[in-house]
Ligand binder design. Structure first.
Ligand code: UD1
Length: 381
C-alpha cells in the first residue's frame, strides 16, 4: 500500500464507488457499516451515473436507505470505451481533490474498472468487493473488468471458495485475499421481511408458487434479434402454462422495439421493478430464468430454483451448493430444462439447496473490520 496513512487525528477516508444497478445492493451494507463507525471512518459516496433512470438507480437508493451520493459524476450511457473513459477522467479529478486513503469498488461493471485504474495510478490502494469470480468467457465485458480490477487491487474480498483459487492461479499473493462472504446477501437478509409484506403479487395478479420470473439483459442474449425471438418463443410456451413475469431491462426493451418489428413477446411484461418488489417476486416464484449474475446468488440464498440462460457461470457455488442450473442459450435445451424442472417440482420444493458459507448477513462487517485493522496498522508503524 503506497498512499500515505491517515494521521491519528484523521478519520479513514474511504471513497466508495457505485455506478450501475447491481452495485447499489452491494454498496448499501458497506455504507451502513461505515456510518456505524462514524467516529473512525469518513465515507465519500460517488455515483458515477452509469445508470441514471428512476427505475434503474434512484429507487434503489430509496428502497435500501443508501445516503445521497456526495458526488454524482453523471457519465450516463455510451460505448464501453466512452463510458469507461468518462468515469476515469472525472474520478481522477475527484481523487486528487478529496485525497481518500482507500478507494472501494464493488462488482464488475465499467465504473468498477474505471475507478480502480484512476486510483492505482495515483497510488491510492483499492479494495475490491466481490473479487475473483471468473466465467472464463472473455467475450463478456464484465470478465475483462473483473480480471483487470483484481490484478491491481490491494484488498481482494471474496464471496465463495472458487474465487480464492482463481486469484491464486493468477499469481495474487494469498495475504491480499480475504474470504468474507457476500454483501449482496447482507442486503437480501436485511430486507426480506419488509419485502414479504408488500402486495406485489396481488398487484401483478399472481399466486405464490404459480408463476415464473424472467430477466434478460446480456448482450449475447438480447442484442441479436434472432436469438431473442427464439428465446421468446420458448418462454411464451411456458407463459401459457404459468405466468412468466418479465421486468424488462432498458437494453432489452431497446432491442425489442428496434429489432422485433414491434412484436410484443407473449409474456407478462413489466417495467424494471424496485429492489423490494423484485425480492418479493423472487421469494415465491416457482422458478426463475435469468442471465444475470446476482440473481443466481439471490435465488440460492432464497432456495428458489434458478435456470441460468448462459453457457457459463462465474458463481459456481450457486450450482454445487445452491439451486442454480446452467442451461445454456440453445432454446431447445432451455425448453427441456423447464419441463424437467416442472416435472420434478415436488422434489425441488423439498431440496432447497444450501446457503453457502458466510452468506450470513455479516460480510460488510468483516470487510470494514479488515480495512480498519490494515489501515490503522500502517499508521501505527
Ligand atoms: C451494466 C453492466 C452489467 C450489469 C448491468 C445491470 C457493464 C459492462 N455492464 O450493463 O454488468 O449486469 O449493468 O443492469 O458495466 N439504460 C437506460 N437507463 C439507465 C441505464 C441504461 O435506459 O439508467 C440503457 C441505455 O440505453 C444504455 C443501455 O441501457 O445504453 C445499457 O446500459 P449500460 O450501463 O451501458 O450497460 P448494461 O447493459 O445495463
Amino acid at each position: 500500500m503506497t498512499a500515505a496513512p491517515p494521521p491519528s487525528s484523521e478519520k479513514i477516508r474511504v471513497l466508495c464507488v457505485a455506478g450501475a444497478r447491481p452495485n447499489f445492493m452491494k454498496i448499501a451494507p458497506l455504507m451502513h457499516e461505515f456510518a456505524r463507525r462514524a467516529d473512525r471512518f469518513e465515507p465519500i459516496l460517488v455515483h458515477t451515473g452509469q445508470h441514471y433512470d428512476q427505475a434503474m438507480s434512484d429507487s434503489f437508493f430509496k428502497d435500501l436507505g443508501i445516503p445521497e451520493p456526495d458526488v454524482n459524476l453523471g457519465v450516463g450511457s455510451g460505448t464501453h470505451g466512452h463510458q469507461t473513459a468518462q468515469v476515469l477522467m472525472k474520478i481522477e479529478d475527484l481523487l486528487v481533490e478529496r485525497e481518500p486513503h482507500v478507494v472501494l469498488v464493488v462488482g464488475d461493471v465499467n465504473s468498477t474498472i474505471a475507478a480502480t485504474l484512476a486510483a492505482v495510478k495515483l497510488h491510492i490502494p483499492v479494495a475490491h468487493v466481490e473479487s475473483g469470480l471468473r466465467s472464463w468467457d472473455r467475450d463478456m465485458p464484465e470478465e475483462i473488468n473483473r480480471v483487470l480490477t483484481d490484478s491491481v487491487s490491494h484488498w481482494l474480498f471474496t464471496t465463495e471458495p472458487s474465487a480464492e483459487e482463481n486469484l491464486l492461479r493468477e499469481g495474487i499473493p494469498s495475504e491480499k485475499i480475504h474470504f468474507v462472504g457476500n454483501v449482496m446477501i447482507d442486503t437480501l437478509l436485511t430486507h426480506k421481511a419488509r419485502a414479504q409484506e408488500l402486495d406485489t403479487l396481488e398487484r401483478l395478479g399472481l399466486s405464490p408458487g404459480e408463476y415464473a420470473v424472467l430477466t434478460l439483459h446480456r448482450p449475447s442474449n438480447v442484442d441479436h434479434a434472432e436469438q431473442l425471438a427464439k428465446l421468446f418463443e420458448v418462454l411464451g410456451r411456458l407463459n401459457r402454462e404459468i405466468p412468466v413475469v418479465f421486468p424488462i431491462h432498458p437494453r432489452t426493451a431497446k432491442t425489442v422495439a428496434e429489432n422485433l418489428g414491434g412484436v410484443t413477446p407473449d409474456l407478462h411484461l413489466t417495467d424494471p421493478l424496485g429492489y423490494l418488489d423484485f425480492l418479493r417476486l423472487l421469494t415465491d416464484a416457482q422458478m426463475v430464468l435469468t442471465d444475470s449474475g446476482g440473481i443466481q446468488e439471490e435465488t440460492t440464498a432464497l432456495g428458489v430454483p434458478c435456470l441460468t440462460l448462459r453457457e457459463s457461470t462465474e458463481r459456481p457455488v450457486t450450482v454445487t451448493e445452491g439451486t442454480n442450473e446452467i442451461v445454456g442459450t440453445n432454446p431447445r435445451d432451455i425448453e427441456a430444462a423447464i419441463q424437467k424442472l416442472r416435472g420434478g417440482l415436488d422434489d425441488r420444493r423439498k431440496d432447497r439447496g444450501k446457503r453457502p458459507a458466510l452468506w450470513d448477513g455479516e460480510a460488510a462487517v468483516r470487510i470494514v473490520d479488515i480495512l480498519e485493522r490494515d489501515v490503522l496498522a500502517t499508521r501505527d508503524n
